[in-house]
Write a protein that binds this ligand. Sequence first.
Ligand code: SAM
Length: 469
Amino acid sequence: MSKKKKNIILENIKLISAGAKGVAVGKTEEGKTVLVTGAVPGDIVNARVKKAKSKYYEAEVLEILEKSPYRVEPKCIHFGVCGGCKWQNLSYEKQLDFKQEEVYNNIKRIGGIENFETLPILGSEEEYFYRNKMEFSFSNARWLTQFEISSEENFGNKDALGFHIPGMWSKILDLKECFLQEEPSNEMRLAVRDYAIKNGLEFYDVKNQEGFLRTFMLRQNSKGEWMVLFQLYREEKENRENLFNFVLEKFPQIKTLVFAINSKGNDSVYDLDIQTYFGEGFLYEEMDGLQFKIGPKSFFQTNYKQALNLYRKTLEFAGITENDVVYDLYTGTGTIAQYIAKKAKYVIGIESVQEAIDAAKEHAKLNGLENCEFHCGDMKDVFTEEFLANHPKADVLVTDPPRDGMHQKVVEQILKLAPKKIVYVSCNSATQARDLALMKDDYDLVKILPVDMFPQTHHVENIALLIKK
Ligand SMILES: C[S@@+](CC[C@H](N)C(=O)[O-])C[C@H]1O[C@@H](n2cnc3c(N)ncnc32)[C@H](O)[C@@H]1O
């Protein structure tokens, strides 16, 4: 280790595994853990310390001395600049290994749980083109490459349509290609961008909050029907209609085109009034014979094929019988609840977003399922002693909370409800492990199954089955 005042350089660090948020993990000669960004497991690097904590260093790569044997050539020209697919330079096989390892380690270390079965991670059949929803931003402040800046040439128009540069909210990467969503996703985005530039439509100015075109969202269903959502900063009726007609004429796959005028400080769609320009304003999706109606604001799993696997495995873990009463916490639009309702006696779904609950009720109607009810509100305020006193006791409980996991009060309430089985679906195994630790005196963790919904990223879903002791 060489050290110059605050500038600590760690030399010859062999990175052996992956840690939270995809960092590569190694150890110093003295045995202190180093979390390195900008490298992959298997690399040997020199790294500069950014934060020195008592138990570990956070560092960034300075030089790669030896390249990892697990490295592969990234597919995308934007790799390294775009924040999207940070593991594109790591073989998919190894991505899966590291995801599995991270989940297992979290349950053991954070959860303090031993002796559970870890099923082999369920990888995604599609390593690319797996997303059914993408959102792009317009900006008049295109991110310039180092080459463009240093050449001092005038690269002309600064309009861009693409992704925010990580950590630089006002800068947008002008996307030439993206391998996350099937075509015509790229074709549509590039056509809209070119049309807008050619016709002098103003791209959004994030810093000064002005302009016309703001965001562009594309969503498709498994039948290949598309929904397009434009967010516009202000109304320019003629420009708007000409743009929409151009897109609709060029892409007959579009089943519905919707838009919103958004002059707020943020791009969030949830509090906007969405107007339908073409079609019905929503798409239908089918999953194992169940119908789901997806609007521009609906949450729906973005990797359709892996969502099918996730729901099927959740159901398999739950092992529902026709006499079971099942609670589905954090039910969203009731997707898991509908799967369960086909098998169970009765299902109770709880969720905080009113529109999702409205959709869950509509889905139940659409699927002819009368044995379910849905409640809206913050989980810790709805799922209370009083609620339990007025509702049937649960045989099985399924929970699928957001990244933060469950509120401690919710865990306590689950322990009081004391279902025979709990299936805990999570997109963050660290918070899942924290919650499992609170339940380990009452429940045995029988098995876990990591599921990869997001290839090329460090994210991983995990299903856990708990049985009452
Ligand atoms: C991971 S999603 C699960 C969605 C659903 N199971 C599915 O697969 O479509 C988590 C859900 O929890 C909801 N949620 C987040 N915080 C909540 C809270 N405090 N109380 C109730 N629901 C909450 C979100 O709105 C979201 O729908």
